[in-house]
Every structure is written in structure tokens, then in C-alpha cells.
Design a protein around this ligand. Sequence first.
Ligand SMILES: [Zn+2]
Ligand SMILES: [Zn+2]
Length: 338
Amino acid sequence: MHATILHKPGDIRFEDCPDPKILAATDAIVRLSATCVCGSDLWPYRGIQEIKQPTPMGHEYCGIVEEVGKGVTSIRPGQFVIGSFFASDNTCPHCKAGYQSSCRHRELVGGAQAPRLRVPLADGTLVATPEIPPDELVPSLLASSDVFGTGWFAADAAKVKPGATVAVVGDGAVGLLAVLSAKQMGAERIIAMSRHVARQKLARSYGATDIVEERGVDGIARIQDLTKGLGADAVLECVGTQESMAQAIGATRPGGFVSYVGVPHGVSLDAQNLFFRHVHLHGGPAPVRRYLPTLIDLVWSRKVDPGKVFDLTLPLEQVAEGYRAMDERRAIKALLRP
Ligand SMILES: [Zn+2]
Ligand SMILES: [Zn+2]
């Protein structure tokens, strides 16, 4: 088969690769209905995160199970399944506590920008839909594999409650779906920080009540203004830079919560500032597996449409154009059809 390999920064190729095979008795092979490019794929693409050798890309996936190993008991060939970027057994103490992305046996799932994918720990990792989904649900189910799950974790980790005032830093797919998640959890006021008209519009359709275009100290001042000088109850940091983190901490009320779900790059925190601001911090790689059943239900019953973040759809072989479009911010997120 052909699959997506990053050779060096900016050099994405769709090239001949060996077909995935069952390696462990707990593996499954999934034929992908759709896959996509993630904001986090842009870190190595831009050379900010170093790669040591040509690397298979992609970690967001959904599709039909083709084959399972001898040890797989609950997942069966023919099922439509969704999994997360970390495979997990879903039975160890960390999984039971809801932190499947810290599973004692976790394994990164890589190489999903391909027609077929090997998923380790299939029983613990994959969640099947009630039946084969109609085509129009596939983008939203795919979004649940990462960006919706990550946005949901952002809202959950920041303890968003009914009536809360929430601010979201970042207008990428995760930030937009953090807006949607906060709305689902009953937030009354949702302030989205964005400078892009198309993204502002989508944020509003997902439940944002206010838009703040300013950044840095001006952005913080604007949020303080909008909250009568109190700050937001919950600030969802969905970028991972020093600037976005400082903005999030500065916009939170004393006793409030900051969640951070973008992989931090070059971020350092001032402990004294945190100490005197009384801010809770909670973040990390989202335990998407914990939320998958809830997210699939919401999508299946058509209560939410997280798939709207895909504003570009390409055949898988044009994956390099998907990276370019996202890198140049011409697209929020590129969906790829094998
Ligand atoms: Zn991702
Ligand atoms: Zn586990």
C-alpha cells in the first residue's frame, strides 16, 4: 500500500510502504474510512520538533475492522470503530482512573495517514459504533478520535459547569471543539479568542457568545473587562506556546481552572505567579478513550457536528497539499479519504 511519510521538514511523501500486519495477539487491522492531518503534525513538519528518521504520519482514524489477533475478544471484523492516538488496555489502575493516555501499557498509534492501520490493544483501545455509520457522520466520528476528545478534555479538566464563564485560547480545531464541549457542559458565557473571521463564525455556531481578537496583555485586559474585572472561571488553553499559556493564566479568576491540551513547546511557568493567582492547572494528552462512548453517542444522535472543523477534504494521495494548506492556515483541518 501507499502511506504518508515525513522525510524532513516540509517533505511529506505518499509512498510505497509494507502493509500493516498483526504483530501481537491483541492487535487489530483497520481499513480506514477517513483520516486527517492534526495541528500537532505541523510541529515536525515545520521542523520545530525534530525527527531522526523518515516517520510514518497520522494518528486520527476510524474505519472497518478487517482482521483481529487471537487474543482479541470484544472487537470483531466488520465493525466500524474509532480509537485514540494512544492505545490503552483500559483495565490498568490509570485507565480505571480515567487516564487511558497514561495507561501502563500505552502505545502511540502512528501511521494512520494510510489506507490500513495496525491498532495495538484493540479491545481496550477501539470503540465500535452501533452499526456502520452513514457517510455524512464519518467526519464527526473521525473528529472524535482526537480533536473532539481533546476539546472535551479541555472543558472537563477545567471543570466547566452549568452557568460558568469560559474563555478558550486557540482557534484551531481543538479550540473550536473546546467551545462546543463547554457549551454541552452548560457554560453560559463562552469567550473565544480568535482573529480569523471564518473561525470566529464557526466558534459562534458552536456556542461562543463573545469573540476577543486581542492577544497577550491586551487579550487578558479584554477578558477582565468582559468579566467585570474578575477573570473567567475556566480558561481552556488549546495551543501550547508561552504566549497562549500566559494569556490563559492571566485571564483566570482566583480559584479558577486552566486546562492545557496543546503539547507545550518552549513553555516555562512562573511558580510565584501561579502561587499568588490561586490558579488550578490540569492538562496533558487527552484521555480520549474515557470520553469516546459519550462523544459517539452525541454524534450518533446528531446533537453535535464536530466534523464541521474539516473545511478541506482531499483524496489521501494528496496528503502533502493537506499539510501545506494547514501550515499556511488556508484550512482549519484537512480530512483525507483513502
Ligand atoms: Zn491529533
Ligand atoms: Zn491501562
